[in-house]
Every structure is written in structure tokens, then in C-alpha cells.
Design a protein around this ligand. Structure first.
Ligand code: AHR
Length: 660
């Protein structure tokens, strides 16, 4: 644990005493302490099928025939596709690489149609083609439109007519369109399909109705209704749940995915912008395929769409220490980019800043403008490294990147990294580097038991105020039961109290697809239709939608010896609202006293939102609503007592008198 000679952990509890542990100066007591306006945000990583098959709204799986056995032994370039030749038709398919749409996307499928059968006695469909059922079936809704596109190179002389349909598992056609090829070079064709009926298990069928030979690639289908109707967009219902939280920032693209499974597997941002057919798909460190369809452009755009600051994390020129297999056991797998390649690598970081913020006339700003976003994305933060093992190779490279970025862009806050745990060798070494370089911020990570959080609610009270700020970039208590969420809530009051030193915090991981998870404790679970919001989500949302910029001491008091209670008081400068958060991590109701004497006149009716229940309660796909916050009104006064229900988080939002 980092020690500070400057601060004294002061706990003076006599009977009911104030929930204050730091000595505060007179000014803080009166006017409150300014805290980070960006405190609570989101962490997004493509883990648990969060991106492809998750937040990214693409319905076709393996759309560009890039799946391969190095991702999963049983996968091939044709995985998730089925060759079909209904009726008396016949032909053949092969996956080839000779003349791809783009070198980043080397594989494509060649479809040879030798005969399209149409015997009078045969009443069914005819043609030769392929079928894709997406990520365990495509969800199609009656009356909704679906945007289909594909790239075709007509290899035979005659044009080929393609029928495009959405079908139920029994072959009932739900939507149809057709496309006729017209070019011997790669060309993109599009069609809109309108569903006459809905199902959760549709397939896309592309069928050649005339004879000939075609090369096909990037076969894509998106619902027209993506989040904010963006092309190449996000699944609207899932994205909305994130938008509802009003996060101050979003960190992306990870996690371990950032530094990758070996040098060749690092997440390189330049591979993830531009037209989707030019992006470089790759194996995901979590054991599946990432198309990069959800790439930097989409991440930045989503941040802008929901008013969150973008927080990209780039590799510190070293790969994950767990590369090559044994997750969390290794420590030997870190590989470093060779010295002679560092200049080029550093330029990639500088180019990212230019791409995000530079004028549309700059080299990289122009690429952003071409993609439809001439305005700056207003990038403020960049994380360099993700819980890396702090080796000499890491340290040398981190410093080089840091120096280059800070020299060219002093306005950017570079966030360092201090290993995967709340203490220990990497933590100490990481902080030492931070202190030497006078880093503005470092990224702490820890996954712990709820008891650890309760015992460490005062962790940051002891942090020095004069050195770097903390970005608590990944944390969670192991579990999605109410008691986990309430322990997290208690911990978050400690982050608010220390919002002058903890600048950013994000729970992790964010999303997990039912049946496809690699990490058991997550904030939101989903399948293709349902979204399960955990109690942890509700706690996060209650804090995010009730952030303030000023923290006040000595507002809420409790029994001195009771460590199951925690609380904090902040004020939101935009509305002037006084916001109380009161946490009871015990199985009995307990009183806390509120004294609003230092504020002006307050409205007598306030809004309270309470999340409470049994410690072991959790939401399930069978009962999505077992644990949800309940909002009602409450009478408040300058001084009042609040009975905190057992195992609960309460947020009370108090208006200044006369304000709506
Ligand atoms: O959040 C899941 C993983 O936990 C992240 O990828 C990694 O950074 C951490 O160890």
C-alpha cells in the first residue's frame, strides 16, 4: 500500500459521528471539495462476445471468411456458413485468396453454379448458394428493415442473379430481395429487406438463380434500426442500456485484448478504421474472432453519441505477460517490440491523436473526415499499457512513448499502468515509474471479494494528494449478487470522498453473452433478445446518473463502530442538487443522520431511489427484475434521520428551494 506522510487518516467516532476519515481544511468544510467531474465511466472490452455477436449489430457471423483454426481448432474459413443447392441444382464452393477485395481481408468464397434445377414437378426453391445463421440465429422483427450488402467479383461472362432472403429454420421466407451482378472487378451491392414476419432464429440465404461463377466477400446484414441509426452501428437495445447510465467516459478496447496474445496479436488501432472490407480481423485473446467492424471510429462515435469522453488504451509496445496460454499463471510471455521498430510504433500513437483531434486538413484528421467526422473527437486521455508486468523492457518502451506523446501533445493526459493487482511488485514498480515521470494518472486494477472492498473503503484516504491521480480502470467484487453490488456501492462512496485523487473509475468487464463468457462476473449479461441487468449495473447507474463535482464532509453521520455503513454527499453544479448516497451492507435496517445545515434553503420533497433485498438475490434470465431500484419521493429537512434498509443503496436527490 502506498504511504503518505502528508495525510492523516482521522477517524473520530463518538456515538453518532461524521462519516469523515480525512482531516479537512476549513474551506473544504464550508464550500466542499472539488472532485473529478469524470469520476464514473465504462470499461468496454471485446471479452465474452461483447463486440461481434454482442454490441456490434452485424447479424452475419464470419462475414468475410476470415475465421480460421488458429482461433479455434474446429473453425475454418467456411465456419458458420452452409452450402445449399435446393431442388435439383448443383455447383461447388471454395475459399480462395488470389485476388482479394483488400490484402487485409485475404479470403473470399468462390461460388460455381453448374446447374439450377427447375423441374416442373419440384415445387420448392432452386439455386446454388450459401446460408448463415449468424450468432445462434438472427433476430428479425416484423415490419423492420434490414440492410444487406456484399462484395462480388463476377468471374464468368454472364451476369448472375442472386436472390437474398431471410428464412425461418423451416425455410419460410420472411424477407426477400435480389441483386444482379454487373462487374468483373470487385463491386459492392446492397439491398434492403423488409420482414413480413418476425423470429429469433432467422438465417440469411444468398442463392444464385442463374449459372455462372462468382467471388463473394464481406456478406453483411444489419438491422436498419441500430443505435442512433448509424451505419455499421451498434445493437440499439444494448447500446441504450449503456447510454442510460450516462457514463462520463468510455475506456476501450480493453483489457488484455489491448496488449494481446503475443506481439502479432496486439490491438493496432489503424487496422480498425476505414471501410470494413479493408479492416484487419484477428484472433481475439479471449479465444474467438474479432472482425474490427466495431473499431476506433465506432468507439469514438459511440462516445460522442452518448456524451462520454473517449479513453482509448494502447499497448505499451509489449504484449500481455500471459501470452501463449496460461492465463494469470504465466508472467513469462511478455514480448517487446524491437528497438528498431519503436520509432514507427511511437508514430502510430501520435497519429492516433492526430486522427482523433487534428484538423481535417492534417494527414490523419483527413481520414477521420473522409469517414464522415470532420470535427475533432476532443480526445483528452490515452492509456498506455494494460496491467503489464513491469519489466525493464516495458519501462524503457513506456518512457519512450510517454516522452514522445507529452512532447508533442502536452494537452493529453497519458495514463500509466501499475499491474493487475491492488498491491505487490508490479503495483509498487508501476507507481515508482509514475512518480519518477510525474505521470498525471495511473490505471489500477483489482478483482476482489466483497469483504475486501468493505475493509478497504478508506484505501484512497491515505493516498498522497501531490502525486499522480488514480484511474481505477478495472475493478469488481467477485459475483453478481446484491451483496457484491452493495459492497461496490460502499466502495464507490470512498471513491467520491477521494474524488480529488481518484479521477476516473470503471467497473469491469461490462458485457457478457449468455453461453459465451470467459469471465464470470460481469455487469450486463445478454442473449440475442434479452438483457439481464445485474445489481452491479444498477449500482453503477445510480452513481453515474448522480455524479457531482463537489464533495461535502460532515453531512451524514452514523454509529462510529459500524463498518457496514458508508455514505457520501456531493453537489451537482449543473442543477445545484445535493445528492446523498447511503449504503447499508448488513442484514438489519440502520439509521443514519443527515445534517444539511451548510446548504441554503432546500425543497422539502426530494427524490429517493433505493436498491435493496436479500444479500444473495440476483437477477436471472428467468427473473430479470428481481432486484431493481425503486424511485419514490421522500420528505427531507435541514436535519433528518434516514433508516437505511438492510443490504441497500439509497440515493436521495435534494433540490435547492424554488428550483425544479
Ligand atoms: O476484465 C477482464 C480482464 O481482467 C481484462 O482483460 C484484464 O485487463 C484484467 O485482468
Amino acid at each position: 500500500m502506498r504511504k503518505s506522510g502528508l495525510l492523516i487518516a482521522l477517524v473520530v467516532f463518538t456515538g453518532f459521528s461524521f462519516l469523515s476519515v480525512r482531516k479537512t481544511d476549513a474551506q473544504t468544510a464550508k464550500a466542499g471539495k472539488p472532485i473529478s467531474p469524470d469520476l464514473f465511466g465504462l470499461f468496454f472490452e471485446d471479452i465474452n462476445y461483447s463486440a461481434d455477436g454482442g454490441l456490434y449489430a452485424e447479424l452475419v457471423q464470419n462475414r468475410s471468411f476470415e475465421y480460421n483454426p488458429t482461433e479455434r481448432r474446429e473453425w475454418s474459413q467456411f465456419s458458420f456458413w452452409e452450402y445449399i443447392s435446393p431442388g435439383y441444382s448443383y455447383g461447388r464452393i471454395s475459399v480462395e485468396t488470389k485476388t482479394p477485395v483488400h490484402p487485409n481481408n485475404p479470403h473470399y468464397m468462390v461460388l460455381t453454379v453448374e446447374f439450377v434445377g427447375s423441374y416442373e414437378q419440384f415445387k420448392g426453391e432452386s439455386g446454388v448458394g450459401i446460408k448463415n445463421s449468424g450468432f445462434d440465429g438472427m433476430v428479425v422483427r416484423a415490419g423492420e428493415k434490414y440492410n444487406f450488402s456484399l462484395f462480388v467479383q463476377q468471374l464468368s461472362d454472364a451476369p448472375v442473379l442472386l436472390s437474398v432472403t431471410l428464412q425461418t429454420p423451416k425455410g419460410k421466407v420472411l424477407a426477400e430481395a435480389s441483386v444482379s451482378t454487373a462487374s468483373k472487378t470487385w463491386q459492392k451491392y446492397t439491398a434492403t429487406l423488409t420482414a413480413v414476419e418476425g423470429t429469433d432464429s432467422a438465417s440469411l440465404v444468398v442463392l444464385a438463380k442463374t449459372e455462372g461463377q462468382l467471388a463473394l466477400d464481406m456478406i453483411s446484414l444489419f438491422p436498419e434500426k441500430t443505435f442512433k441509426n448509424r451505419t455499421n452501428g451498434l445493437r440499439a437495445d444494448l447500446a441504450q442500456k449503456l447510454a442510460d447510465m450516462k457514463p462520463a467516459f468510455i475506456r476501450f478496447p480493453g483489457g488484455c485484448l489491448v496488449h494481446g496474445d503475443g506481439l502479432g496479436n496486439m490491438y493496432r488501432w489503424k487496422n480498425t478504421i476505414g471501410p470494413i472490407e479493408e479492416r484487419k480481423a484477428q484472433r481475439n485473446i479471449w479465444g474467438y474472432h474479432q472482425t474490427a467492424g466495431l473499431g476506433y471510429l465506432e468507439y469514438f462515435q459511440f462516445c460522442e453519441d452518448i456524451g462520454a469522453k473517449p479513453l482509448p488504451v494502447v499497448p505499451a509496445a509489449v504484449s500481455c505477460q500471459n501470452s501463449g496460454g496460461t492465463w494469470r499463471i504465466g508472467g513469462t510471455g511478455q514480448k517487446a517490440i524491437p528497438d528498431e521498430e519503436m520509432d514507427e510504433y511511437i508514430q502510430e500513437m501520435l497519429d492516433l491523436i492526430e486522427w482523433a483531434n487534428g484538423p481535417a486538413t492534417s494527414e490523419w484528421g483527413a481520414k477521420r473526415a473522409t469517414a464522415g467526422h470532420p470535427e475533432s473527437f476532443n480526445l483528452e486521455y490515452i492509456g498506455v499499457g494494460n496491467e503489464d508486468k513491469i519489466t525493464p523492457e516495458f519501462e524503457e518502451r513506456f518512457k519512450e512513448i510517454y516522452d514522445a506523446v507529452k512532447t508533442k501533445h502536452p494537452e493529453i493526459t497519458v495514463i500509466g499502468t501499475v499491474g493487475p493487482f491492488h498491491s505487490g511488485e508490479d503495483f509498487e514498480k508501476g507507481w515508482k515509474i509514475a512518480e519518477e515521470l510525474k505521470l498525471q494518472m495511473v490505471d489500477e486494477h483489482y478483482y476482489v471479494q466483497p469483504e475486501w472492498l468493505m475493509a478497504n473503503v478508506h484505501r484512497y484516504d491515505k493516498y498522497p494528494r501531490s502525486s499522480g491521480k488514480v484511474y481505477l480502470g478495472e475493478y469488481a467484487s467477485w459475483g453478481n449478487k446484491l451483496k457484491n453490488a452493495i459492497a461496490e456501492a460502499a466502495y464507490l462512496t470512498g471513491l467520491e470522498r477521494n474524488g480529488d485523487v481518484v479521477h476516473l473509475a470503471s467497473y469491469a468487464p461490462l458485457l457478457a453473452k449468455k453461453g459465451f463468457t470467459q469471465w464470470t462476473t460481469d455487469m450486463i449479461f445478454f442473449d440475442n433478445v434479452n438483457i439481464l441487468l445485474t445489481p452491479n449495473y444498477h449500482v453503477q447507474k445510480m452513481f453515474m446518473t448522480n455524479q457531482g463535482e463537489t464533495w461535502f464532509d460532515k453531512i451524514i453521520s452514523k454509529n462510529e463502530s459500524d463498518t457496514t455503513l458508508a455514505a457520501s454527499c456531493v453537489q451537482d453544479s449543473k442543477t445545484g442538487d445535493i445528492i446523498l448516497k447511503l449504503v447499508n451492507y448488513s442484514d438489519t435496517g440502520k439509521p443514519m443522520k443527515v445534517n444539511l445545515g451548510k446548504f441554503g434553503k432546500i425543497a422539502p420533497q426530494a427524490e429517493q431511489t433505493v436498491l435493496s433485498g436479500q444479500p444473495g438475490d440476483e437477477n436471472t434470465f428467468e427473473n430479470l427484475q428481481k432486484i431493481i431500484p425503486v424511485t419514490s419521493s421522500i420528505e427531507v429537512a435541514k436535519s433528518f434521520e434516514y433508516a437505511a434498509p438492510p443490504m441497500s443503496l439509497t440515493v436521495i436527490r435534494i433540490k435547492e428551494s424554488g428550483k425544479k
